[in-house]
Design a protein around this ligand. Structure first.
Ligand SMILES: Nc1ncnc2c1ncn2[C@@H]1O[C@H](COP(=O)(O)OP(=O)(O)OP(=O)(O)O)[C@@H](O)[C@H]1O
Length: 302
């Protein structure tokens, strides 16, 4: 059995002469929340549509739980639930009726509707017309619809787009619950790293259809080069002393200096050197580039 819920092997896709997905090899581990990141137009939605077989792919390029997609279309689709673009919701029906409707279509026991409403936190709004739902509630109903046939894998295309901070937190918590309590695997796309940084266990970053980074969220964190931030009473004197000692000055202003990190021992040495030379050190510590900047750095490379 494959340890990946999704694996693509050198996947390509083009619209006319525009190459939209370029030699893409995704590896989405089972049980992960995989943040599929990239700026607008990077090729995320196109990739998700390929995974769902809504767009064609060549044989032996897409594998869902180890099964080749084009030869096992139905078996693969049974493993997947998806929310791509707007959820297909009947506005004149209640949330519950929307779910019951889907149960009837799929030949699933209607009780599943109540279970799904509870899972996505819509029990109290079950009998309200879906057209009157807030955007966040509509997204949650969309996720409930995607989950109704109990798929192992959920593909969510920018599910927090347009939501307020509360709505974002609700979707975030729902994703964590679905993986931790229900053993699902989730691929969630976003153009904002900050939005999925706290939930994703793994990250794939694409731009112009090409994969620029793939790994765990910790591996992404490790990529950001740390610096040492020092707060002092006299930054001009401190800068002289530090550069004289060979430190790489990254920037300095109003009592704060950033220098390149070269190890813990050096940090101690810089501290005593400053103190010995009459500079008061208020704080000294390491600081990492925040992930949003790292994301911008990575995506501006190609
Ligand atoms: N049906 C289509 N026909 C022609 N070009 C398309 C089609 N669908 C998408 N594209 C183009 O493919 C590129 C990738 O689009 P895609 O929607 O996959 O990007 P995305 O990463 O999901 O972006 P966004 O975050 O804006 O949704 C874009 O340049 C887009 O204009």
């Amino acid at each position: 059995m494959s340890r990946f819920a999704i694996e693509t092997v050198g996947l390509n896709h083009h619209f006319g002469s525009q190459v939209v997905v370029k030699d893409l090899s995704l590896k989405v581990p089972k049980g992960s929340i995989y943040g599929f990141l990239g700026p607008n137009g990077a090729g995320k939605t196109t990739t998700i549509k390929i995974l769902l077989n809504l767009l064609q792919s060549p044989a032996d390029t897409v594998f869902i739980f180890g099964k080749e997609l084009t030869n096992n279309r139905i078996a693969c689709l049974k493993e997947m639930g998806a929310l791509v673009e707007q959820p297909a919701i009947y506005a004149h029906l209640t949330g519950k009726e929307n779910l019951i409707n889907r149960c009837i279509l799929l030949g699933i026991n209607k009780n599943k509707a109540t279970e799904m409403l509870a899972l996505v936190g819509l029990t109290e709004a079950a009998n309200k017309k879906a057209g009157k739902y807030s955007l966040g509630m509509k997204q949650r109903l969309g996720i409930a619809l995607a989950l109704i046939a109990d798929p192992e894998l959920l593909l969510l295309d920018e599910p927090t787009n347009g939501l307020d901070p509360n709505g974002i937190i609700e979707i975030r918590n729902l994703m964590i619950e679905l993986t931790s309590k229900h053993g699902k695997t989730i691929l969630v796309s976003s153009h904002l790293l900050a939005e999925i940084e706290r939930t994703a266990t793994h990250v794939g970053i694409i731009n112009k259809g090409a994969l620029l980074f793939q790994g765990t969220i910790n591996e992404l964190h490790d990529l950001s080069k740390p610096s040492i931030k020092i707060e002092v009473d006299d930054h001009a004197a401190a800068t002289n002393i530090l550069s004289g000692a060979g430190a790489e000055i990254i920037n300095e202003k109003e009592g704060t200096i950033h220098i390149g990190y070269t190890g813990k021992a050096d940090m101690g040495n810089y501290n005593s050197l400053l103190v010995k030379n009459g500079v008061t050190v208020y704080t000294i510590g390491t600081e990492k580039k925040d992930l949003e900047h790292l994301f911008l750095d990575i995506t501006s490379r190609n």
